[in-house]
Design a protein around this ligand. Structure first.
Ligand SMILES: [Zn+2]
Length: 271
């Protein structure tokens, strides 16, 4: 009723209400963007994200998607696959080949001996090849620096005997921190080993394809340099095609880890 009698005042009041609302919303968006997200908050967000289907989530997330635009300059993703080779390696390699993508395999000594043809294929098809210890047991691996070194030297020799090639790339089981003692670290450095940890855990051991891909979308957002942790599992085979597609859509150049790249690990604090 008042609007009819005083149209200008009414318009002014409505404009002020709108302005305050916009400022209020803006404050919360800005607050959200600036504050680090703690793990429990992250879980809540992920749970709400996961209420969408994967297709909806990918279609709705337009902020980072650069569909059909090719790799963006400087955006790199390393797909790393631990604990093999295994009965899944050939399927993983087939999917990588179809997509013309190279990954990096951190292999356990005994599994290399069991899957010699797969080790050869990894090397021949240009993937990164590194080592993931003999025992995969940090209580054994870190008994002394010499034992630590010996496990990786053993892996190196096995790989050389199979392929005729040498690699100094390693990933220690469960990550380098907090488990690895300083003297073990120093000895590995002295012998030229390049240690890699990760900055994106897909939690593939516990997930479906939707879970794994949404973990990559969520934890990888706004990060132009991803080192993605995966394992040789059925879920890896099932989710790999979707992972590659999503990474490419977001402009990542998917590259293998090679010895000429500066290693990234928790010890160096550069992940
Ligand atoms: Zn492992």
């Amino acid at each position: 009723m008042k609007c009819k009698s005083n149209k200008n005042s009414c318009t002014l009041i409505i404009s002020m209400i709108l302005a305050v609302t916009v400022i209020w919303i803006g404050f919360f968006i800005r607050k959200d963007a600036k504050e680090p997200i703690n793990p429990s908050e992250a879980n809540l967000i992920i749970r709400s994200i996961k209420n969408e289907t994967l297709t909806e989530m990918i279609n709705n997330d337009t902020s980072q998607v650069q569909k059909h635009s090719g790799p963006s300059f400087g955006k790199v993703a390393h797909i790393t696959i631990d604990d093999g080779p295994s009965k899944y390696t050939n399927d993983i390699l087939d999917i990588l080949a179809v997509n013309n993508v190279k990954a990096t395999f951190f292999m356990i000594n005994g599994n290399m001996k069991k899957h010699i043809e797969e080790v050869k294929r990894i090397e021949e098809e240009g993937h990164g090849a590194g080592f993931h210890s003999v025992t995969h047991d940090i209580h054994q691996l870190y008994k002394s620096p010499e034992i630590t070194l010996n496990e990786f030297e053993t892996c190196k020799d096995t790989f050389y005997n199979i392929t005729g090639e040498v690699s100094k790339l390693i990933r220690v089981p469960y990550g380098s921190k907090p488990y690895m003692p300083e003297d073990s670290h120093e000895l590995l450095l002295k012998y030229g080993y390049k240690m890699w940890d990760w900055n994106l855990d897909t939690q593939d051991w516990n997930g479906t394809t939707d879970n794994i891909v949404s973990n990559i979308l969520y934890y990888g957002r706004n990060n132009p340099n991803l080192v993605i942790l995966m394992h040789e599992k059925q879920q890896t085979v099932e989710s790999l095609q979707s992972i590659i597609r999503v990474l490419k859509e977001r402009g990542y150049n998917i590259l293998p880890i090679t010895e000429d790249i500066q290693e990234k690990n928790y010890w160096d604090g550069n992940l």
